[in-house]
Design a protein around this ligand. Structure first.
Ligand code: NAP
Length: 280
């Protein structure tokens, strides 16, 4: 890392990691991140670019994507593109078009992070409205399925193609009042398992990741009384994301359940470390 670091939050985070990534870890990779405009997705996009990847920034709010694009352009020598896309409205045809555009521009795709998410109501099932239920299922499950399926030919053609799905503590152990958020994350775990089994003989490798309680707008909405200063920053969560996206991730079984809290590369080969926590 250069001394005059333009990304001090990441530099501070790295100093606390046991995993020290090669500065050229992701050089030349093309990685698509959904929900790249804010929170963990914005941080992952900037971090992947910092380590050399060309980023396809998919998200809903154009102005937020532009800010991430501008940061990457100003601070790295990579080639990002913006893909404005509301995952509630997008269908397979839109993702087929994205596949064509990706191949036209980069000639390949060798990384996919399904990160976009929304919280939904925090109420008992009997009070959970059907529209919210369907929205969460659409964004977390249906869109992730359609996007993965449309991009599969590009991923299969890559030398190494990590596909990372974002899960949650409540997607691995159900909890009251988490409704479609929890159930959709269970479905994401299932989607990852099916994909991993189907692609076990290909270049595609699959994992789910639980970021754990992380300082973002979603977390603040879920726990309004909590002091955000007590939470890890998205940058502090990036060790596990980088490890999986880079060549070292090939040592992990597919699928792997990752936990971004206290990520230990020496233990990562065992599949996951999953300390108890209160995060969504
Ligand atoms: P966040 O700050 O609310 O960011 C979510 C991102 O997803 C935003 O960029 C948002 O776009 C995008 N998004 C939402 N709906 C979308 C749609 N219909 N189409 C396209 N993009 C959409 O949340 P976060 O905390 O970073 O969460 C990121 C992931 O981590 C989620 O999958 C979440 O479930 C998971 N997670 C988070 C925590 C935590 O403590 N933060 C814990 C466990 C799991 P806009 O910017 O346009 O709103």
């Amino acid at each position: 890392m250069p001394a005059d670091h333009p990304y001090p939050e990441l530099q501070r985070a790295i100093s606390g990691w046991s995993y020290q990534p090669d500065p050229a870890l992701l050089r030349g990779r093309t990685i698509l991140v959904t929900g790249a405009g804010d929170g963990i997705g914005s941080c992952a996009a900037r971090t992947f670019a910092w380590y050399g990847a060309n980023l396809i920034l998919l998200g809903r709010t154009h102005a937020k994507l532009e800010r991430v694009f501008d940061w990457i352009s100003a601070n790295t020598a990579t080639d990002p593109v913006i893909v404005p896309c509301d995952l509630e409205a997008a269908d397979r045809a839109a993702f087929d078009q994205l596949f064509e555009q990706t191949i036209d521009h980069y000639g390949k795709l060798d990384g996919l992070l399904h990160n976009a998410g929304l919280l939904g109501p925090r109420v008992p099932l009997a009070h959970y409205d059907s529209d919210s239920w369907r929205r969460l299922m659409q964004v977390h499950v249906n869109a992730a399925f359609d996007l993965s399926a449309a991009l599969m030919p590009a991923l299969e053609a890559a030398t190494d193609a990590p596909v990372l799905f974002t899960s949650s503590t409540v997607g691995r152990q159900g909890r009251a009042y988490w409704g479609a958020y929890a159930v959709s994350k269970f479905a994401v775990e299932g989607l990852a398992q099916v994909m991993a089994d189907e692609t076990s003989k290909s270049s595609i490798r699959v994992a789910t990741i639980n970021p754990g309680a992380t300082r973002t707008a979603m977390r603040a909405a879920a726990y309004p009384g909590e002091d955000p200063g007590t939470l890890a920053t998205p940058e502090q969560r990036m060790a596990a994301y980088l490890y999986f996206m880079g060549p070292e991730g090939k040592t992990l079984p597919s699928p792997t359940r990752l936990d971004a809290r206290d990520f230990d590369p020496d233990a990562a080969g065992a599949g996951s470390s999953q300390p108890a926590g209160s995060s969504g």
